[in-house]
Design a protein around this ligand. Sequence first.
Ligand SMILES: [Zn+2]
Length: 134
Amino acid sequence: MKTMKQYIRKADIALLLLLLLTAGAIWLLPAAKSRTGSDYVQITVDGKIYGTYDLHRDKTITVTQPQKDGTTWSNTVQIQNDTVTMTEANCKNQVCVDTGTISKNGQSIICLPHRLAVQIFKAEDDSDIDAVVR
Ligand SMILES: [Zn+2]
């Protein structure tokens, strides 16, 4: 009976450890991996949402805006390793490119000449997002 008791105790400990590990893993996992409370990158052009992207999925987005004078405004946004960078823009002042890399909730890159904004935001719930390009 002694061995049986020991067996149960060991099983209990193993179960407890497993529970703790599972709980720990859930807490330690980055929010993005759980699909809720994720970080998103939203690009707005002229105040309208151009696209919403997962911050944790590498992607390069080029936004082009043809102008009446025949030129095309272009901005290239790169999402890589949970950071966002305006890698290229053909705007006059290059402020957006000079902004560098953003990676935190609430940070943004703004290209005033092209009326374009890139912002990182955290959604409490995926249902807050109309359409995420995955
Ligand atoms: Zn710019």
